[in-house]
Write a protein that binds this ligand. Structure first.
Ligand code: ATP
Ligand code: MG
Length: 461
């Protein structure tokens, strides 16, 4: 036997029924992006390493130690699996002059790669959904992005997510603060951990983001960037706050909030939950007015956020949110192989009218007994079995047997008139729940076999 191969550490397979949860989230995201008039962008997963390792800018964890970079064996190019999508998106916007006729609102969704220590909520291949507004300078669009994120939390039924805000000001303001910050940390050098010592002269701001409780005191007593902001930066921040206040969006100002990436200025924000342990940041973003120039484009302001899909889905699960599980409307029971051509032709006709139809495919031992086919029909979750028995086919009919409603009677349907009854087979919203704990509890448990679906419509069980 060949050696058994497993997925790469920290990289997950997303399988049914869990994948239903992903599709559910993606559909909600698409709908909300549409409501805010953000348009979808898809960039390659591989980019030139130089896109992420830029000449200017400070050292970040990602560039320093988390990137999957390699040399293309065929042409010697230095390539990197994207650790995030903002740089790629800005590259694409610049490369295709997307801003020639004004600002753009864009969004993306896809896998990102970072060589981290895998743990709950932290993987080496993970997924981000992001929204970016390019070409708009005002705090109004910062606010729009935050409103978009909060609309998503609402549509996903998520509570217990709080918003933290800060302003990183402009580079000149940050430089003043940085000098004082370094002095402060140098005065308490004995309290710095290894990470902080390493960052002291490369990216001291990032020390404020430490997760080390032993450094709490020196971080809290550090000079605050907010105190170094000039009138314009403060006006931008106040403008954002006024819109959030008018929309009833609660937030706290966190002066220690900085971002792991080096290109942010002015507004930065994070959506955080206490329900996911250490990996509590579900969405993070901010303004990055200087990035386009760093990537070689014409100067243009920009702001955006990225959310971690795995963390958001973990929260969905944690809250016990019911997510619809896909199931067929009908399952074809085909007692005799001779009826298979007719059965498959009928299923094709039904599918063309929107019915979700599952065929009964033969196993190694053939089609199996009538009884075992019904067992499979039942397990599929289908609402009906469509029986293609020899007797009824001889009469030009087939039998429709309800599988969920035990009191409902079976009836005969005219095979040739499929268009007249197909519509009655289509169920309403699918029910039952995706995700391990709630899937198909054995009937003997006496628990409700299916909870209400995500939109609150009653289950068909
Ligand atoms: P952290 O401080 O948790 O490492 P980060 O600052 O590196 O986060 P960003 O680069 O801002 O994260 O990415 C935005 C979001 O993507 C994060 O808030 C998080 O939800 C998610 N995310 C980042 N890294 C991972 C990962 N390795 N696994 C799963 N989700 C991640
Ligand atoms: Mg990180």
């Amino acid at each position: 036997m060949a050696e058994k191969l497993n997925a790469v550490k920290g990289m997950n397979d997303i399988l049914p029924p869990e994948s239903a949860r992903w599709e559910w989230l993606e559909a909600i995201v698409r709908e909300q992006m549409g409501r805010f008039a953000y348009r979808n962008v898809r960039t390659p997963i591989l980019e030139h390493t130089a896109l992420f390792v830029r000449g200017i800018g400070e050292v970040t964890d990602i560039v320093e130690k988390e990137m999957y970079s390699f040399e293309d064996k065929l042409n010697g190019e230095q390539l990197t699996l994207r650790p995030e999508n903002t740089a790629s998106l800005v590259r694409a916007v610049t490369e295709h002059s997307l801003l020639y006729d004004g600002g753009k609102r864009l969004w993306y969704m896809g896998p990102m790669f970072r060589h981290e220590r895998p743990q709950r909520g932290r993987y080496r291949q993970f997924h981000q959904i992001g929204a970016e507004a390019l070409g708009f300078a005002g705090p109004d669009v910062d606010a729009e992005l935050i409103l978009l994120a909060t609309a998503l939390w609402k549509a996903l039924g998520l509570a217990d997510i709080r918003l933290e805000l800060n302003s990183l000001g402009q580079p000149a303001e940050r430089a003043l603060h940085r000098a004082e910050l370094i002095t402060h940390f140098e005065q308490h050098a004995e309290q710095l951990d290894e990470d902080a010592k390493r960052r002291l002269h490369s990216n001291p701001l990032r020390i404020l983001d430490t997760k080390n409780p032993a450094m709490k005191d020196i971080v809290e007593s550090a000079p605050r960037l907010m105190d170094f902001l000039g009138a314009e930066s403060l006006a931008h921040f106040d403008g954002l706050r006024a819109i959030l206040d008018a929309n009833g969006i609660a937030y706290t100002i966190n002066p220690r909030l900085v971002r792991g990436l080096d290109y942010y200025n002015l507004s930065v924000f994070e959506f955080v939950t206490d329900r996911l342990g250490a990996q509590g940041t579900v969405c993070a973003g901010g303004r990055y007015d200087d990035l386009i120039v760093q990537i070689g484009g014409k100067p243009a302001p920009a702001v955006g956020w990225a959310m971690g899909v795995e963390r958001v889905l973990e929260l969905v699960k944690e809250q016990g949110t019911q997510v619809p599980l896909p199931r067929p409307d009908v399952y074809a029971v085909v007692p005799d192989a001779a009826a298979m051509p007719v059965a498959l032709r009928t299923l094709q006709q039904l599918r063309a009218l929107g019915v979700h139809a599952q065929m009964h495919a033969a196993g190694a031992e053939g089609l199996g007994s009538f009884k075992s086919q019904f067992k499979k029909a039942d397990a599929s979750g289908a609402a009906y079995a469509l029986v293609f028995g020899a007797d009824e086919l001889a009469r030009g009919e087939l039998t429709l047997k309800p599988l969920r409603d035990r009191d409902a009677a079976q009836r005969s349907l005219p095979l040739a008139d499929w268009a007249s009854w197909a519509g009655t087979l289509q169920s309403s919203a699918p029910s039952e729940t995706a995700g391990r704990p709630d899937v198909s509890p054995p009937p003997s448990q006496g628990a409700p076999a299916a909870a209400d679906s995500a939109d609150g419509s009653p289950s068909t069980h």
